[in-house]
Each structure stands twice: as structure tokens, then as C-alpha cells.
Design a protein around this ligand. Sequence first.
Ligand code: GDP
Ligand code: MG
Length: 331
Amino acid sequence: MPHHEPVGGRRRTASVPDLVAAARDGQVRAIARLISFVEDESPLLREVMAALAPHTGRAQVVGLTGSPGVGKSTTTNALVAELRRAGRRVGVLAVDPSSPFSGGALLGDRIRMQDHADDDGVYIRSMASRGHLGGLSWSTPQAIRVLDAAGFDVVLVETVGVGQSEVEIAAQADSTIVLLAPGMGDGIQAAKAGILEIGDLYVVNKADRDGADQVRRDLRGMLSLAERRDGAWRQPILKISAARAEGLDEVVVELGRHHDFLRESGELLRRRTRRARQEVEAIAVAELRRRWADVGRHGALEGLATDVAGGALDPYRAADALLAAHAGAEG
Ligand SMILES: Nc1nc2c(ncn2[C@@H]2O[C@H](COP(=O)(O)OP(=O)(O)O)[C@@H](O)[C@H]2O)c(=O)[nH]1
Ligand SMILES: [Mg+2]
């Protein structure tokens, strides 16, 4: 017996142009579908990205990074609320570079979305690497494109977890916020993680606790040692209490100032070009891997291996011959 999906049901098929139009119209379900295409590496992505391209480049992409427990999620929530007060539409991508996709992240999203229920000016979505080629360095820029084209003024990329990949993802933003907090040995951690090179805004959270001023002084000391070119951006160090929703207004002001700085200095285009270069390269390498993954199954390999084993051929020349045979077969 054929199974009929209800009209408007989850599995309803929509054409890519319809989905893109609906996403641009701010329809949450269409936005979610498009980001799922990114996570799933859908073959439709090619068409989606082509349709989105003319509608991108408007959003300010803000990266938020810092050690676990420093208050990233709390700060994201408070910052979203503050940006909404300023009339900005906000898309949030919570990105976990270190762990595979988990339902737990989505549960967290639902809880957080409740704070912004009935507000179609906010969209929150977790993304995790499903172990695909290229991982999140490949998928994050594409998900950002979806939210950008959907008309969000600010796209906030909150990284979860620790490590170099976290720093890399934060660095895909136009403006990067590095979050610190007292009592976490952050000064040393910051230096270790290369975080002093990526911050455009430094925000000391948990200012309601002792030690926030000390963190700020330590950080100022460290930043003053770094070389600065003339006309370079001077990174502000702000203090907030995300839990009490205090100080976020200044973060919004500084984000605006930084965006203006990036535009006026030409740095915005430079950063975006650098990012696009990485993105294009990641797609190209993934495509090469896909095309060449079966090189080891090429018929010529057996004969070449026999020649190498018998000393008639060296392995490098054999590899060249294998690649040539594979490329020939590809046409
Ligand atoms: N005292 C204080 N605690 C905070 C503040 N912001 C966050 N926290 C707490 O710090 C812990 C970690 O916060 P969370 O946002 O989950 O950190 P994340 O791991 O960086 O996302 C939670 O228990 C929060 O309630 C703050 O401004 N003041
Ligand atoms: Mg968190």
C-alpha cells in the first residue's frame, strides 16, 4: 500500500529554487533543510550554492571562541537578546569541531530556542562533523552562506570544544570574539591556543566574580607585547556578566565599530577572500579525493606492483604510471 505523506509534512519534496526562495523569505523550515543539505553533503548543494551566491555578503559573521566553561553559550544567548534589542536579525551556528554529530547538541538548541520562541528574527542551529572529508572547515562557510542569504544581519558562530580546529573555525568569521573568565588560567591558555592572534574583541565574562579585572590586566599586558602596524585595529577588552546580561550593549557597539573598521580599511574584503580561497580549495580537494579514491582498484596496479616487486620498476615511476592510467580512464 502506498504511503502518503501529509501535505506540508516533513518529507515534502520541494525544488531547490522553492527552498531557496522560502529560506530567503526567512522560513525556518527551509533554512533548516538547506543546512541539512550542507551536513549531508547533498548532491543538491551545487545548485543551492549557485542560487544563494548572489544574495550573500551582507551579514556580519561573528566568531565566538574560548575554553569550555568560560560562558560561550550563556554569552551567545545574552548577545542574541542584545542584538535583537538593537533590531538586528541573528542566526547562530553552534559548531563542534571535535565530536561527531550528536542528538545532544540539538536538544540544547531546542532549550535555547525557547528563549527566543515566536521570534523569527532568531535562528539557532548546531552543526557537527559527521566525519566527512573536509569536515567543518568545509561545511561551516556553506552554512554561513545559507544564513547570510536568509537575511540575518549577524551570523554568530559559536565554537564548542577545544583545540586548533576551534581556532580555525573562529577565524572564518569577519570579527572574532575571544571569551575569557577569571579562575580558569586563561592567560596561559590564551597564549597556548594562539588565541592572541585571532581576537578582534576580547571579552572577560563572569565580571560578577572576583578576578575579572586581573584577567583584563594580564591580557592587556600580553596584547601590548604584540606588534601592531600603524592604523591596525586596537582590540578592546570588555567586561561582561553574561549570566546577568550586563555589559552586552558595549559588545554590540564594538562589533559595529569593528565592522566599520573592516569595511573602511579594505580588510573585510581581504578576510573574505582569504576565507573563500580556503573554501574553494577544500571543495576542490574533496572532489579530487572523491574522483581518485578508487585509484587503488585500477587494473594497471597489479602489473605495476609485480614490476616493482621484481625490481624492474621503482615505486615512484610505478605511482606515476598508475596515476596516468587512472587519469586516462577518467577521460
Ligand atoms: N558567575 C557567572 N557564571 C556564569 C556567567 N556566565 C556563565 N556562567 C556559568 O558558567 C558555566 C558555563 O557556562 P556556559 O555558557 O555553558 O559555558 P561554555 O562551555 O563556554 O558554553 C555555567 O554554569 C554558567 O551558568 C557569568 O556571567 N557569571
Ligand atoms: Mg557551551
